[in-house]
Design a protein around this ligand. Structure first.
Ligand code: DC
Length: 230
């Protein structure tokens, strides 16, 4: 079994890097932030306040979240294209503080990690979701660097972007994610710290590949176990 847990604040490039490392090592890439984002999307669509825990809990009673072929589905709908907006980012950070939301995402994340060789990324993977992961990495980058990367991505995608607004959002999400009561973002004691501020994408991938190889030696991944994901 090989389970790689990657945690860190938003905008460190965790997702794109983890995807490429997953390919290199034949691991299933699981983005737990996408699950929180999907739940947040549904609260926005249903006009539910992120503070209204009772309404969110009731909503979750009739909500299904699934991964199929690396794609996230909310109540059977592929929602990747709707969950990357600033509004959803902030709502995801807000709703993720509620116990009912964390329990839902935790259950699915833990199940997937029990039947697959995974590289799973989020905020609490090494501390709470897979505390016994074979490899744990905590990725950081200076907030200014993360804001600049996000700004560059948006400009490259032909969107308008305001650096100051992006920087403020990053700082607010960092604060919320590290200060909530339940499983806040923090580095697990046994996680390797990787500061990506001065690393190119290629250097970043190589650094993670080195950590995995160093921790596990010559790994042969058996690929998925027999059970299929739900
Ligand atoms: O990784 P991301 O930016 O897509 O995550 C969106 C939000 O979801 C993040 O601000 C906090 C929450 N989250 C969490 O609480 N725990 C995780 N394991 C992953 C994300």
């Amino acid at each position: 079994m090989l389970r790689v847990a990657i945690d860190g604040p938003g905008g460190t490039g965790k997702s794109s890097i983890a995807k490429m490392v997953a390919e290199r090592f034949g691991l299933e890439y699981i983005d737990t932030g996408a699950m929180y984002r999907s739940i947040a999307l549904k609260t926005i669509r249903e006009n539910i306040s992120p503070d209204d825990e009772a309404a969110i809990s009731e909503m979750l009673g009739t909500t299904t979240i699934d991964f199929s072929n690396g794609q996230i589905f909310l109540d059977g709908e592929a929602v990747e294209k709707f969950i990357r907006t600033n509004e959803v980012s902030m709502a995801a950070s807000n709703v993720s503080r509620h116990a009912c939301v964390r329990a839902k995402v935790d259950a699915l994340s833990k199940y997937i990690a029990s039947v697959r060789n995974v590289i799973m990324e989020g905020r609490d993977i090494g501390t709470a979701v897979i505390p016994d992961a074979e490899v744990k990495i905590f990725m950081t980058a200076a907030p200014e660097v993360r804001a600049q990367r996000r700004y560059d991505q948006m400009i490259a995608a032909g969107k308008t972007a305001d650096y100051d607004e992006i920087f403020r959002d990053i700082q607010q999400r960092d604060y919320q994610d590290t200060h909530r009561d339940l499983n806040p973002l923090r580095q697990a004691d046994d996680a390797v710290l990787l500061d990506t501020s001065d690393l190119t994408i290629e250097q970043n991938i190589n650094a993670i590949a080195d950590i995995i190889s160093e921790k596990c030696g010559d790994i042969s991944c058996d690929g998925p176990k027999s059970e299929d994901m739900q």
